[in-house]
Design a binder for this molecule. Structure first.
Ligand code: TRP
Length: 440
């Protein structure tokens, strides 16, 4: 079901879930299920984590953050995530992540963050309500994509399985990596979003994207009876039994499709065309979901009753994660110049030392028939210009003298040379010195 899933063992997958609510079917379909499948399917290296720093952006209830962290961890484990095979950790156990966030903050254009969907939606909402554009928006929301970039780049992930609404964030992370590498050398891997094709974004009870912020979710491990009740509340249109029904616009159908095989989906599509009653469609949906979820429910309950077990798993995961994060962070700190003062500064960029960047003399003839030369610095800026010489040989001799005796010859020849506005005599002397050094 996953697309572009490479069988390559060197491929790294990474995804996180924000710990601000109870995991719902949308989290399961969009994140938990594909990540577990990816971790079991091949030898790729996988990183899965609880994004609790992200949760602070929209949740100010400490008990809820803690509870949600436990629930999401238990959900992942109940769904079959094997912490031995993957790196499973809590974001806030990795202090290198906020540290990297700062380095990335400094290579991210503010204008790009202005355009991030989640932030922009809040601004637009304020505008529509006639409020101050910044009303009720914390800087965490604005910085959200950078923190997410740090999550991803810290572990050099190649593929990031996410819902479609997160594509923009992955693209931003990619841009941050590109910019960082351009400035400081090749340190970071450029990530790509991995979207499960068959699931656009799972709709919720009201047909909009299933999301805690819309309060339209179906809890992943709701008890059976409650699951049934919630499903019966999914919006439908008013078509009567026997009337053909539209699959495209049906949240019920979209959710069914996210759980069913292709054959089952075709059968359901036919049933829609044949005018299945909405009540019957809901029963079928409930049964199909429960078929997948029921076996995990008991595991989930057992895990929820043993939080100390989950804590131990997360601590072991953090240790594994930091074994990667700590050395990379050390490398990045050094790359940007946060270094021990006794450490030698590595040579400046090659370009600056290369042949092409040496100062140079240029000889030429003017329309007055005389021969001239000029001195340019490495960047091509004019430093010095000669008076006219009757013969090219005289110009060449003057250049040779300058190259041989440098600043001393410069003084002797001052009557033959024009100073150029803006070209300081120190700069001229330095350029000559550079040429003399280079010819040694
Ligand atoms: N922003 C993601 C969400 O709300 C959660 C998340 C945080 C994440 N960091 C991540 C997902 C890094 C993938 C990779 O769904």
């Amino acid at each position: 079901m996953m697309t572009n899933t490479p069988a390559d063992a060197s491929m790294r997958f990474l995804t996180g879930i924000t710990t601000s609510g109870t995991p719902h079917l949308g989290n399961y379909v969009g994140s938990i299920r594909p990540s577990v499948a990816a971790s079991l399917g091949h030898n790729a290296e996988s990183f899965y984590f609880l994004a609790d720093y992200h949760a602070l952006i929209k949740c100010e209830d400490p008990a809820r953050i803690q509870r949600s962290t436990l629930e999401i961890a238990a959900s992942w484990l109940a769904a079959g995530l094997d912490p031995e095979r993957v790196t499973f950790y809590r974001q806030s156990d990795i202090p290198e992540i906020p540290e990297l966030t700062w380095l990335l903050t400094c290579v991210t254009a503010k204008g790009v963050l202005n355009r991030a969907h989640a932030y922009k939606a809040s601004v637009d909402k304020n505008q529509a309500a006639g409020n101050d554009l910044d009303a009720d928006i914390n800087a965490g929301l604005f910085m959200y994509p950078v923190l997410m970039g740090a999550d991803i780049l810290m572990f050099k992930a190649h593929k990031v399985p996410v819902g479609r609404d997160q594509i923009q964030h992955i693209e931003m992370a990619r841009d941050m990596a590109q910019r960082f590498n351009h400035l400081y050398g090749d340190h970071l891997v450029l990530p790509e979003a991995l979207i499960e094709e068959s699931v656009a974004t799972l709709p919720g009870l009201d047909g909009r994207k299933m999301s805690k912020s819309y309060d339209n979710t179906i809890a992943l491990f709701a008890p059976r009876e409650q699951l049934k009740k919630l499903i019966s509340g999914i919006v439908t249109d008013s078509r009567a039994p026997g009337e053909a029904k539209d699959t495209e616009s049906s949240a019920l159908f979209q959710i069914y499709q996210a759980f069913a095989t292709q054959n089952e989906t075709s059968t359901m599509r036919q049933a829609y065309a044949d005018g299945i009653a909405w009540g019957d469609a809901k029963t079928k949906l409930f049964e199909r979901i429960d078929q997948d979820i029921a076996p995990m429910r008991d595991k989930y309950q057992a895990l929820m009753n043993a939080p100390e077990k989950i804590e131990a798993i997360l601590q072991a995961g953090a240790e594994k994660a930091r074994a990667k994060a700590t050395p990379l962070m050390r490398e990045l700190r050094h790359a940007v110049g946060l270094r021990k003062l006794a450490a030698p500064a590595p040579a400046a960029k090659k370009q600056k030392l290369g042949k092409t960047s040496l100062p140079s003399f240029k000889q030429y003839r003017e329309t007055d028939g005389l021969f001239y030369f000029k001195l340019l610095n490495g960047a091509g800026k004019l430093l010095l210009q000669s008076h006219g010489f009757a013969a090219p040989k005289d110009a060449a001799l003057a250049i040779a003298a300058l190259l041989k005796r440098g600043p001393q010859a410069l003084k002797e020849m001052s009557g033959k040379l024009l100073t150029i506005e803006g070209a300081h005599s120190d700069a001229i002397a330095a350029a000559l010195q550079q040429l003399m050094d280079a010819s040694d």
